[in-house]
Write a new protein. Structure first.
Length: 209
C-alpha cells in the first residue's frame, strides 16, 4: 500500500512538471523575444559595468513582485537587447507572462490600433501583462499620439507592473528625445521612480552578449 501511494505521488509530480513545462513553453512562444538568450550566457565583468551580483538580483524576480522598472543603456553591440531578452526568457521560465516589443513594432502596433478601433483594448491587454519589455527605445522619433500612448501605458502600470527599457541613448538624453517638456517630465517620472538603472553597458567583445 505504501509503495502504491509513493508511486501515485511520483506520477502526480511528473504530471505537474510536464504541465508546468508546457505552460512555460507556451509563455515563451507568445513572447517572441528577439534573441534566444539566457542569463547564464550574459558576460559579467567590471570592465563591462555588469556584475554577477546584479544578475543574481535580477534573476530573483523581486523587480516583478515589488514592481521596479529596469533601465538598460549602452552603445550598439554592447548586449543591452541580449540582456533584456535573457531577463524576459527567465521571467517566462518563472511563470510570468512577458510582452516584448521593439520600438518600431510598438509604433506600428499603436498606429494600427488607432485605425481599427482596438486602441483601448490593446492598452488594457498591455496593462495586464506582468512584464513589458521595450527595446531600442530612442531610435525612432515619437509623435504626440505615441507619446500619449507611452504615458498611458506607464500610468496604467505605475507601481503595479514593471517595464524593462533598453536604449542606446544615455538616460540624460531621454528628455530631449521625447521632445515635449510636459509629457517628457511625466513619462520620465513614471519610468525612473524606484527604477534600477543598469550602469551603461560596455561591449565585452564577444558578439555583444
Amino acid at each position: 500500500m505504501a509503495n502504491k501511494t509513493k508511486n501515485m505521488q511520483q506520477i502526480r509530480h511528473i504530471l505537474q512538471l510536464k504541465a508546468q513545462g508546457a505552460r512555460v513553453r507556451a509563455i515563451e512562444k507568445t513572447t517572441k523575444l528577439r534573441f534566444d538568450a539566457t542569463l547564464p550566457e550574459v558576460h559579467c565583468s567590471t570592465n563591462r559595468n555588469l556584475s554577477t551580483d546584479q544578475i543574481a538580483l535580477l534573476a530573483s524576480c523581486n523587480f516583478i513582485r515589488q514592481p521596479q522598472n529596469i533601465i538598460i543603456t549602452g552603445t550598439t553591440g554592447c548586449g543591452k537587447s541580449f540582456l533584456a531578452c535573457a531577463l524576459g526568457r527567465h521571467t517566462c521560465q518563472m511563470g510570468y507572462k512577458t510582452l516584448y516589443l521593439k520600438m518600431n513594432r510598438f509604433i506600428e502596433k499603436i498606429a494600427a490600433t488607432k485605425l481599427d478601433g482596438t486602441y483601448i483594448r490593446t492598452l488594457n491587454q498591455i496593462e495586464k501583462t506582468p512584464l513589458l519589455i521595450l527595446d531600442d527605445f530612442g531610435i525612432q522619433p515619437l509623435d504626440q499620439n505615441l507619446r500619449l500612448a507611452l504615458f498611458q501605458i506607464l500610468e496604467d502600470r505605475y507601481a503595479k507592473k514593471p517595464i524593462i527599457v533598453a536604449s542606446q541613448l544615455p538616460l540624460n538624453q531621454w528628455h530631449e528625445y521625447l521632445n515635449e517638456p510636459t509629457l517628457a517630465d511625466a513619462i520620465l517620472d513614471h519610468l525612473t521612480a524606484n527604477a534600477q538603472l543598469i550602469p551603461r553597458l560596455v561591449s565585452c567583445g564577444r558578439g555583444g552578449v
